[in-house]
Ligand binder design. Structure first.
Ligand SMILES: [Zn+2]
Length: 731
């Protein structure tokens, strides 16, 4: 993908012009329209190439070159805001190796020494002192407690005490300036071009994380405190949003940052309110009437005390080794974080030293953004395969020219469904953008505009299942294609078995991925009931099956026979029948026979069962082979306590939490999260994943996170485990 730097003068000149045009186009797509066409990594490559050419030919540098200014313009409909203090960017280091951190530390030391030598008011240190000593002395003057810590931290470098840095995550979102006057939020603005941003107070005010009022007397007394930070969308919220968009055939967002930017710059605050955003502060803008702490880390702590969200992964580290260790530690945590980061940021912790160093061409000398491998890359789409899921869903999968993305090499990525694939206009032979972040399956998020072969046929879903040859159907109005083979289809059989054996279903201990593969591939198991006909003889026929694991499986199977109707129904893997619906059905009908014979109308009488679910349940029990499976499983000895009563009687059972919505957060002293969920549901309540105005109670344990903060903000009742039990007992 990279272009060789031209060597002759004329073609280099042409290349500079071409690069500027392309970068300006892509910057417009990214910053103004929130619709990037190429991955950031590709933009960075073009930018670096332009910068290298301009360094070789300084006479070509113009004021409007993308290397010379922050790009960003005000979107039509939003009001421009002139920043009281310019919002500058931090120098980014795209070399992800530890050498970058070491070079930065060396640069800072050198610059501090130069500043100390040239400024008479700087810390008095004899001019004969070494550079590093005077820099360290300056650090000692600004932050004595840290300098003494550093001396003991590294005895081997006694002549070069270490500088203290504040190290933080680099959130992949949108920079925002929050202006508080006497503690009250009066304005929120985007960065824009650094001098002028956009007024987005209307959308920012919908973000629960951002306080409308700062806590504490100091904040109330201050005429102005501008808090700067990043607005971003958590990965799970992003996945939910895209899933919603996909299910209604709407446009999906390329990445969380893009989605967050789109929401913040949304003219309609109501749309913004439906799309959850988060915020972390990382600095200050204009300040009047408040004396901030002398260190950057102290400032972040002070902001947190005022009620502003500040990320907990921040740390104060010493010297280059400290920076390197922090970069490595966060890299290992990156996928586990609930949001995207594209690097870490180092800032000289002492604000006095920051002032001494100042700025170089609009970037602070005392800060560095040290990147991680990009989570989006370009690559060639070589083909499209079909992958079959447990429920029989057919997913188009991109076969890619292998590409290093998000820290790993990817050669397959999901294209989700045929409609999304067509809407994105992706075809074999295209250059596409691949994203891989966190535990999410890599996906193709779009195609890079460009040339393509004259004729490539549109992708079509096959009419037959690639695994079993059964007919492929699409539900009326649905977007997914499915194999109708059911247990007849080997892929669905394996996954149906795994689902059946799952912890929240029949809970068969000893039946995992590998064993299921063996059982199905060897032909031992073709239907669910055959599981219960396994004996030592059959199992010992399997290669590598130890006697002990055979015995374990047989015990597990025997134990699983005593179950509940709810678990059993869930285990069957009926489409649209999740755990909660299965429990509701069990409670409503009380017996499997009544359920199997229930008309669609009677099914609709069950709480939360709509036409689609009712149709799916009917379709399942209308298949003669599924009824047969039911009989065989019961014949194998699977039992559960049946309730005799009619639906009305079972529904009349005490349900003290009926209609109440709970959110669980943190670790409870005795109950696991699953147990708490079961208790709440058994009492008629619901458990939701996120806090909103509709939440009835938040149950919080140890290390409760932002959900608890949000609950407090909304003034919701917060319970501990005892409180929950009291509520349950009240019925
Ligand atoms: Zn099939």
């Amino acid at each position: 993908m990279s272009n060789a730097v031209p060597t002759d003068y004329a073609s280099a000149r042409e290349r500079v012009d071409a690069l500027r045009r392309r970068l300006q186009h892509h910057a417009q797509q990214y910053h103004v329209l929130d619709a990037p066409e190429i991955p950031d990594a590709e933009y960075d490559r073009l930018y670096d190439e332009l910068q290298a050419l301009e360094q070789a030919h300084p006479e070509w540098v113009t004021a409007d070159s993308p290397t010379q200014r922050v790009i960003g313009a005000v979107l039509d409909g939003l009001k421009p805001v002139r920043h009281a203090v310019a919002m500058l960017s931090i120098q980014a280091e795209r070399d992800t190796s530890e050498a970058s951190a070491r070079r930065f530390d060396a640069r800072v030391r050198k610059a501090l020494a130069a500043a100390a030598a040239s400024t008479p008011t700087a810390v008095s240190e004899s001019t004969s002192a070494s550079q590093s000593t005077s820099a360290a002395a300056a650090a000692a003057a600004a932050a004595p407690e840290l300098a003494s810590a550093s001396a003991s931290a590294s005895p081997s470098a006694a002549d070069a005490p270490l500088l203290a840095y504040s190290a933080e995550l680099k959130f992949d979102g949108l920079a925002i300036n929050l202006r508080y006057q006497h503690g009250r939020l009066v304005q929120a603005a985007t960065r824009g071009d650094g001098e002028t941003g956009e007024d987005v107070t209307h959308t920012i005010s919908t973000i629960g994380d951002i306080p409308q009022r700062l806590r504490g007397a100091a904040a109330s007394a201050a005429a102005v405190i501008e808090v700067r930070g990043e607005v971003f969308m958590r990965r799970d919220h992003f996945e939910q949003l895209n899933e919603q968009q996909r299910s209604k055939g709407g446009k999906t967002f390329v990445n969380p940052r893009n989605a967050a930017a789109g929401v913040v710059r949304q003219l309609d605050a109501r749309i913004a309110a439906e799309r959850p955003l988060s915020f972390f502060a990382y600095g200050l803008g204009d300040v009047q009437g408040w004396d901030p702490p002398p260190t950057h880390s102290g400032l972040l702590t002070a902001l947190a005390a005022m009620g502003v969200p500040v990320n907990d992964e921040r740390a104060v580290v010493l010297g280059a080794d400290g920076l390197v260790a922090y970069h490595a530690r966060i890299a290992a945590r990156r996928d586990a974080l609930p949001f995207d980061i594209d690097g870490v940021v180092y800032k000289l912790d002492s604000r006095a030293l920051q002032l001494q160093l100042g700025f170089k061409s609009r970037e602070p000398r005392w800060a560095l953004a040290h990147k991680y491998p990009a989570q989006e890359q370009m690559t060639a789409l070589n083909g499209i395969d079909i992958q079959l899921g447990r429920t029989g869903k057919l997913t188009p999968v991109a076969k890619l020219h292998p590409v290093f993305v998000g820290g790993t090499t990817v050669s397959n990525a999901t294209l989700h469904n045929v409609f999304e694939l067509r809407r994105k206009g992706v075809r074999v032979g295209d250059t596409v953008i691949v994203r891989r972040a966190g535990d999410v399956i890599p996906e193709v998020v779009g195609r890079v505009p460009g040339e393509r072969p004259a004729y490539v046929p549109n992708f079509r879903m096959p009419a037959q299942c690639p695994v079993c040859g059964s007919a492929v159907l699409r539900e009326k109005g649905g977007i997914d294609h499915r194999c109708t083979g059911g247990l007849f289809c080997a892929t669905q059989r394996k996954q149906a078995l795994l689902h059946f054996a799952g912890r929240r279903a029949m809970d068969i201990e000893g039946l995992g991925d590998k064993l299921v593969d063996q059982l199905v591939d060897s032909g031992l198991i073709r239907t669910l009931p055959e599981l219960y006909t396994l004996g030592v003889a059959k199992l010992s026929a399997l290669a590598r099956m130890a006697d002990k694991s055979a015995a374990n499986l047989l015990t597990g199977l025997e134990r699983s026979k005593q179950t509940t109707l709810g678990r059993f129904l869930y285990a069957l893997g009926i489409r649209h029948v999740g755990e909660t619906t299965a429990k509701d059905l069990a409670r409503h009908f009380g017996s499997i026979d009544r359920l199997m014979d229930a008309s669609a109308d009677r099914l609709l009488a069950v709480r939360d069962v709509g036409p689609v679910v009712a149709q799916s349940i009917r379709a399942f029990f209308d298949q003669p082979h599924n009824r047969e499976v039911m009989e065989q499983l019961r014949a194998a000895g699977i039992t559960w306590p049946e309730s005799d009563g009619s639906a009305d009687k079972t529904d009349a059972a005490p349900r003290p939490l009926f209609g109440k919505i709970f959110v669980l957060t943190g670790t409870l002293p005795l109950l696991t999260r699953d147990e708490a969920k079961d208790l709440i549901e058994a009492a008629g309540g619901k458990v939701a994943g996120s806090v909103s105005k509709r939440t009835s109670y938040v149950v919080a344990g140890e290390e409760a996170g932002s959900k608890l903060d949000k609950a407090r903000e909304l003034g919701l009742p917060v319970l501990d485990e005892d409180g929950l039990r009291a509520l349950l007992d009240a019925g």
